[in-house]
Write a protein that binds this ligand. Sequence first.
Ligand code: ADP
Length: 662
Amino acid sequence: MAKEMHEFKAETKKLLDLMVHSIYTNHEIFLRELISNASDAIDKVRFEGLTDHNLLADGEDYEIYLLPDAESKTLTISDNGIGMTREEVMENLGTIAKSGTKAFMEKMKEKAGEKGEAAEGENKEEKTASEKDLIGQFGVGFYSAFIVADKVTVITKKAGTTEATRWESDGLGTFSVEAAEKDTRGTTIILHLSDEFTGKEAEENFSERYKLQDLVKKYSDYVRYPIKMDFEIEETPKDADGKPIEGAEKIKRTEVRTLNSMQPLWTRNKNEITQEEYNDFYKAQFSDWEDPMEIFHVTLEGTTEYTALMYIPAKAPFNLYHTDFEPGLQLFSRHVFIMENCKDLLPDYLRFIKGLVDSPDLSLNISRELLQQSRELKTIGKSLEKTILKTLAKMMKNERERYEKFWVAFGKSLKIGVYDSIFSNPDAQEKLKELLLFESSKENKLTSMKEYIGRMPESQKEIYYASGKDRAMIEKLPQMEQLKSRGLEVFYLTDPVDEFCVDTLREYEGKKFRSISRGELDLGDAEAEEVKKETEDIAKKNDGLMKDIKKALGDKVSDVKVSKRLKTSAVCLVADENGPSISMEKTFAAMDNPMFKAQRILEINPHHALFEKLVKLHADGAEGEEFKDYCGLLYTQALLIEGILPDDPIGFANKLADLMAK
Ligand code: ADP
């Protein structure tokens, strides 16, 4: 086949541009990325070889080979993995394979922008740390080769095929593809190192063996296949007893060394593993730069056997709740890798857990589809879930501060888990409820439901909650007034998912959840009783007024009522008890699901001076323009309090201005 030239896709060009101009300082990660690709490629051929024995030659060793050459200024990385066909080369090395890389680019561009504008003398350390963070989160893959190379050549041959392909690019906009000669399956990547990264003068010399050796130890020690490199050894010849012969001329020989230890960490005795080893393994295996928050290393023996090594990361990945996030644990059977993201082990609310399971009970030779239905897998998953939830409960009890950190990072997952229990996982509610925390009006702290009801005065029958964008906004809600004046504790639901979670729970230990902005709020004491009677009297007297306000507002509201819950504010909006709340309506709308509308009820404070004014205007005639304007303005005020923009903000502003001018 003749040599063909191709253009990179536009977004690939942008990514390459970032690599070539090496926006970030951590050049060395290219090696980790390429080794990780090589290791994945070997995983693939090994897995496919289980069902297609023709793919693999007998007794063959899987390996990744590094070949630095200072003279030609190259570093070659070879593997005997699955390799690629010509089509795959075009697809994989011409476009950006994974969506994570795209997201990475966006972030990187933002950073680049920030950098351009950043003031001089900015703290360099800090900048590097945030870049590290980014790369750690995303992993930049094959294209990271262009951080250190000004030309990259790939020669590859797919297992089970006869033709090899050569791909080459300077990363500037085009790449070439042509047929090539290659005896064995797998991929060879030749990096033509930029002058900056080779030679004795270079600050980072990637054609230097000991440098590469260090990097492999640092980033790729637990890679499952040997990473090998030739070392030139010079030594004095030895006599028959093994003693060096004095005065003899040194001889040179080549020694192949394996640079990584490969021993799976999880197979070692727990007592012999240091915290640092656990952390290093985590960072290398799961591409993170930060030490994890929690480590689970568990072994079960009995009818089902497994060893699991799982981690809770320090921070939630940027895309944890996006569809492109791939949850799941790595699966191994007798230390042989089976699959990457096995989703069928842990429930979705533990999607943030990273880790792996190694079990002799999992058969290597079965297809992924069958594996997912396997009973063993279900048993193991249940047991892992139990371990994790138990540890979290313990952490909550004994290390509250640490638990709250966990909660801030991953609490959302558990809350979604409770909500999801209506649809798919009915046990989740029971399992998770004791682990939930919410913001509360008490002491500015995260509070569990148990703590809340432990503090409830005897007269209080229900658990109160309010929802809003943040603590400050909720505290100013008119509906909060009478709860505050009575010193009643209120849960502050500041995450959109909170209210869905609470709605699903309905109650805790026999105490119902009660929104302060939905339905009737009966605080159940003597004062409330009095207010109720008084309000009912006023309502009776002003029935006509309420009806006419409702008429003036049309279908904007489902009802207008004399309020029992307001002390100083003039109006508020509440939602009918049987439908979604106003903040839930907002969430639905944000999810492009405007079907679910709250039934809005406008409540008016009969003790506010405005009420009298309304009575007066109404007496002058319900059809009067001024009365209608007042009704509209009142309603819009109530909307604004809920953080909702009126349909016609200009109309509102004009009406208000007219009124002020009067
Ligand atoms: P990612 O590995 O995250 O998918 P990369 O940009 O690193 O993204 O690689 C793109 C694709 O190229 C890979 O998914 C893989 O299919 C292929 N690839 C990369 N390196 C190799 C290799 N050494 N052997 C076989 N295929 C490879």
